[in-house]
Design a protein around this ligand. Structure first.
Ligand code: XCC
Ligand code: SF4
Length: 651
């Protein structure tokens, strides 16, 4: 059992610390306890040298046994494991995208037309038309549904294509497309890439570590420029393109007198309907009649980010707070869909009245109540779930309730369209002002800080230190996923707080345009919005002709999911250097490790960099951005002035 100090070594924010303390009193086990129990983690797994792809094994590579039974060496085994992780990450994001495309298809075919609910529909026609045009679909004088159906079918083709290359690749700068072509990593259909990954890594197929790694990059591209990109595009069409929205973050958003419902996971389809359901008058009345002052709907993880971006639904917390939220004793129901949902939730919930409801047939947990929300009458189904949560309000044990006070204001909702609009105004929406600010060195560069939280690190610490170090040095920070929630909890997603920290050039730009120096772009699949923004910056001109020439980096600060590996790989193969706050499981092969952390630069003009210390990472990021600026020839005279001012600030 740990004391206060040890709790404070695990979590950064006060609300989490308070709930971790309460977990001791209530005798509830959390991931933080289980991390202690797992402390001596397997050295073979950590190095990536354990192979169990066939049943002659498992084989583990040691100095005494440098080869598996089949003769596979450390290079082969480590690279195979890495490719499998990349494929799994790709499949998670892409399947999410597929589900949304199937929804779009159902809507276009009028599947919900005879239902009494409004249910799903095309919320953002502008987004539909814009994207249909990007894919070369005829839009003039055509019915919206016909266009949507064509787009849905085309996107389904992105999954099933056997011989054709992904059409979405054409959204990247031409130069980058050329690099993919030259390296032989232009992906074909997404499903084919993932299947091929599994095939290539099964016993006795691909043994060349470099060949395996190239397929990892290829598979990741089918995520970044395929499945994830499609997920973001279709979410915008079905649920609306996000625009700046105010909300708040951390467990303090829960209320003593309301029915508290949390939504958790990744796919926005069901949470969108739930968000609509809680605001309907009959549900509000139902809550009142149960003696509650109302309903508080809030989110965990990326489902949270999705409904935050579009409806301002508050963030209860990020991934490592999912159990802590239940420990407040004030949650009537947690409704989960897919990804990052801990099975440990069930045990935590048993100590309180909280009901865990799973909603996706492919994601069940024993102990959770499973309710399927189908195509017909989804709103009625959502209302029934919420009524059940309201019915559970009376079971709340007041003696077990403790809601932390902590909550911070935030601004989110920065889709690429929203950023363009903020920068250039309604009639001249464009990235020009941003490009100019970068060229004039008021903005030194751009960093995308993304990814999870991880029990190996003190939650949010790396994210927040690095973010601060970078905005201090005039680097504009774009965030998604649990990293964005980490910043939100630190109160950094408000223009005011962050502006106090920002360097003079960045502050000037942000004040002029009215944006915070840390922009919340959405969920994990929305990392493709960062690529989209980068591609727009290239198109706008003045900063080279490729993503690889931009003064920009990506950071997976506290990552833990296989999805982050896939994201990292599609950033690197798109030409963007990626910094990791946690190492890959590749140290067992010098060749694999050195290629990923260096050699890849020859092929993609970018590679991975691992820094345990965020200050060191910041230093190296500045060097890399500076070099990119040098190469672009935009470092000339203004440079001295910037460093003078920075030095002054440091003094
Ligand atoms: Fe999951 Fe997306 Fe990671 Fe958070 S950040 S822990 S993947 S919820 Ni993408
Ligand atoms: Fe061992 Fe080779 Fe089988 Fe892997 S594939 S478990 S290294 S025999």
């Amino acid at each position: 059992m740990d004391n206060k100090d040890s709790i404070l070594s695990k979590v950064s924010d006060n609300a989490s610390a308070e709930m971790l303390e309460k977990s001791r009193i209530d005798c509830v086990e959390t991931c933080f306890d289980r991390a202690e129990h797992q402390k001596a983690q397997c050295g073979f797994g950590t190095k990536g040298v354990c192979c169990r792809v066939c049943h002659m094994g498992p084989c583990r590579i040691t100095p005494k046994a440098p080869k598996g039974i089949c003769g596979a060496d450390a290079d082969t085994i480590v690279a195979r494991n890495f490719l499998r992780e990349t494929a799994a990450g790709t499949s998670a994001h892409s399947d999410h995208g597929r589900h949304l495309v199937l929804k779009l298809k159902a809507v276009a075919e009028g599947c919900n037309q005879d239902s009494k609910d409004e249910g799903y529909g095309i919320k953002d026609e502008k987004a539909l038309l814009k994207n249909a045009k990007l894919y070369g679909i005829e839009t003039e004088n055509r019915e919206v549904n016909a266009i949507a159906l064509d787009l849905a079918n085309l996107m389904l083709g992105e999954f099933s294509a056997q011989e054709e290359y992904l059409k979405t690749l054409s959204l990247a700068p031409l130069k980058r497309q050329g690099i993919w072509e030259a390296k032989g990593i232009k992906p074909r259909g997404i499903d084919r890439m993932v299947v091929e990954s599994l095939h290539r890594t099964s016993i006795g197929v691909d043994h060349d570590y470099k060949n395996l790694l190239m397929h990892a990059f290829r598979t990741s591209l089918s995520n970044g420029w395929g499945g994830s990109r499609i997920a973001s595009i279709v979410s915008d069409i079905l649920f609306g393109t996000p625009s700046p929205v105010k909300s708040s973050a951390n467990l303090g958003i829960l209320k003593e007198d309301t029915v508290n419902i949390l939504i958790h996971g990744h796919e926005p389809a069901i949470s969108e309907i739930l968000a609509a359901a809680v605001s309907s008058p009959d549900i509000k009345d139902y809550a009142k009649s149960a003696g509650a002052a109302g309903i508080t709907l809030a989110g965990i993880c990326c489902t949270a980010n999705e409904v935050l971006m579009r409806h301002g639904v508050p963030l209860a917390g990020n991934m490592l707070q999912q159990e802590l939220s239940i420990i407040t004793g004030a949650v009537e129901m947690m409704i989960v869909d897919v990804q990052c949902v801990m099975p440990g939730l069930i045990d935590a919930a048993k100590n309180y009245h909280t009901e865990i409801v799973s909603t996706t047939d492919m994601a069940k947990t024993i102990g959770a109540l499973h309710i399927t929300v189908g195509e017909s009458n989804p709103l009625s189904a959502a209302k029934n779930i919420i009524k059940r949560a309201i019915d559970n309000f009376k079971n709340r044990d007041k003696s077990k309730v403790k809601i932390p006070k902590d909550k911070e204001d935030l601004i989110a909702g920065f889709s690429v369209d929203a950023i363009k609009y903020m920068l250039g105004g309604r009639f001249r929406a464009s990235f020009r002002p941003l490009n100019d600010a970068i060229i004039q060195n008021r903005i030194f560069g751009v960093a995308g800080i993304v990814g999870c939280t991880n029990t190996k690190q003190k939650t949010d610490e790396y994210i927040n230190i690095l973010t601060e170090e970078l905005i201090k040095r005039n680097v504009l920070v774009l965030q998604t996923g649990c990293a964005a929630i980490g910043s939100a909890k630190a109160g950094r997603l408000t223009p005011e707080t962050a502006l106090k920290m920002a360097g003079p050039g960045l502050r000037e730009v942000c004040e002029a345009v009215g944006i915070p120096p840390i922009l919340h772009l959405g969920s994990c699949v929305d990392n493709t919005r960062i690529l989209e923004a980068a591609a727009e910056i290239v198109k706008e001109g003045g900063l080279g002709d490729d993503l690889g020439t931009l003064p920009a980096v990506g950071v997976a600060a506290e990552w833990m999911s296989e999805k982050a590996i896939s994201i990292g790989c599609y950033f690197v193969s798109s030409g963007v250097d990626v910094f990791l706050g946690n190492p890959f499981y590749t140290s067992g092969s010098e060749n694999v490790h050195n290629y990923l952390h260096g050699g890849a630069t020859e092929d993609f003009n970018a590679c991975f960099h691992y820094y345990a210390d965020p200050h060191e990472a910041a230093q190296r990021i500045i060097e890399i951005i500076n070099k990119a600026r040098d190469n672009l020839g935009i470092n000339k005279k203004t440079e001295r002035k910037l460093f003078d001012m920075k030095d002054r600030r440091d003094l």
